[in-house]
Design a protein around this ligand. Structure first.
Ligand SMILES: [Zn+2]
Length: 406
């Protein structure tokens, strides 16, 4: 991401100690729940329901199919009773990526302070933002609101932004039309107004086995898969060398990558099966459907030759995930709110996907701004600096000054 220089200097309002942050107890509480995406998030959700209830705020939950996970949506009403129109959504996902096999020096499910850093799974991605927003609930309510403030906490973001789709689908039928949404993914507390989209697929090539001394009697699935992978590499090169660029991104062009490939069983057997996973991370103006249609058409060119040898050969594609890109106009009202709450002018664009695009698609203008850096997300010893947490708190305080009547 292109970092505006104005944001890299220490703010005078930065807290010196994690203990001085009003969100510190909530950060500790949220991190202590093991909400790895494969686990239930209901303990965390129940805790937040109880916390909000203790402040007189009701929550609405939307569950996944087996009811092991839930999204939470809660509204702090404006002083005039308005609960639906022109509000600000504070959005965060509750799930975290696994710690399996990672060498952690601290308990990942305990927010641990060491020097000017706080360690723990989710301290950056992205429980600290949600904790900070929730920590301001008493202040929002005490000062009274000019417009509603909504909390949107989702499940299963890390496995394809799955949960939030159900939460968003409930908003319009209930007449909830916010002014905008702030997604607190880690941006180093810089304002982000756009990110790339991502789609991924598995390609399965079914060939035909034969003794490797008799290759013309077989259909080599590994070799056909490799031809398709090479084709992907060539398209990727085209985007890199001749594509459309947007220099606001750290990687200013659309990228394509093959991440996993499996095929064959022994060198003396013409392999019957090979599969590989590939993805495109595209700028919002590049069309992933067009790319996929091209890849499919290329793959289909192999079929007549394959079927001359064996009729049951095939090449099939499964969609693994799809997250659209988004680009909020930097002149939009929510971007102006972001700049005001950050007390800074710059904005950036990032290559990683978030739930922001799904709010954007639902006609809710959205920005991304949260503490910590994406480089520290998903890592062993994930950390966030106390300064970043203090900046997040300063952001929330300025937001309170804008949304509160007193
Ligand atoms: Zn995240």
């Amino acid at each position: 991401m292109n970092a505006p220089d104005t944001l890299t200097t220490l703010r005078p309002d930065a807290a010196a100690n994690a203990q001085d942050l009003i969100a510190w107890p909530l950060i500790q509480t949220l991190v202590a729940f093991d909400t790895t995406s494969r686990e239930s998030n209901l303990q965390l959700i129940d805790w937040v329901v109880g916390y909000l209830k203790s402040h007189g705020v009701e929550s609405t939950l939307t569950f996944n199919d087996d009811r092991r996970k839930a999204n939470l949506f809660a509204t702090l009403p404006a002083r005039d009773g308005n609960t639906t129109t022109g509000g600000i959504v504070l959005s965060g996902h509750t799930d975290v990526v696994p710690v399996d096999g990672q060498p952690w020096s601290t308990n990942p499910f305990a927010a641990t302070r060491a020097g000017d850093r706080v360690y723990g799974r989710g301290v950056t991605d992205m429980k600290s933002f949600s904790a900070t927003g929730l920590a301001f609930v008493p202040e929002f309510l005490r000062r009274g609101l000019k417009r509603p403030v909504h909390f949107a906490l989702s499940y299963d973001e890390e496995v394809g932004c799955i949960g939030v789709r159900r939460l968003i689908a409930e908003l319009a039928p209930q007449g909830v039309t916010p002014l905008g949404c702030i997604v607190g993914e880690p941006t180093g507390m810089e304002l982000v107004v756009a990110h790339k989209g991502k789609e991924s697929w598995r390609c399965r090539v079914r060939g035909h086995e034969a003794h490797s001394s008799l290759t013309p009697l077989g259909v080599n699935a590994v070799q056909i898969a490799c031809e398709i992978v090479t084709y992907l590499t060539n398209i990727a090169r085209g985007f890199r060398e001749n594509g459309q660029f947007d220099e606001a991104y750290d990687v200013p062009f659309t990228t394509i990558h093959t991440g996993v490939i499996h095929g064959g069983t022994a060198l003396n057997i013409v392999p019957r099966d090979c599969w590989f996973d590939f993805e495109i991370r595209h700028l919002p103006f590049d069309d992933p459907d067009e790319f996929f249609a091209e890849v499919k058409a290329y793959a289909e060119r192999f079929l007549p030759e394959m079927r001359k040898v064996a009729a049951d050969t095939h090449i099939e594609f499964d969609v693994l995930s799809s997250t659209p890109g988004f680009d909020t106009h930097d002149e939009s009202e929510i971007a102006e709110w972001g700049r005001a709450c950050n007390a800074a002018d710059g904005h950036g664009k990032v290559s990683f996907g978030t739930e922001a695009s799904l709010f954007h698609l639902a006609s809710i203008p959205t920005i991304i701004c949260g503490p910590g850096h994406i480089a520290q997300a998903h890592q062993p010893n994930e950390w966030v600096s106390v300064d970043q947490l203090a900046r997040c708190e300063a952001f929330m305080r300025r937001l309170a000054d804008r949304v509160c009547t007193a």
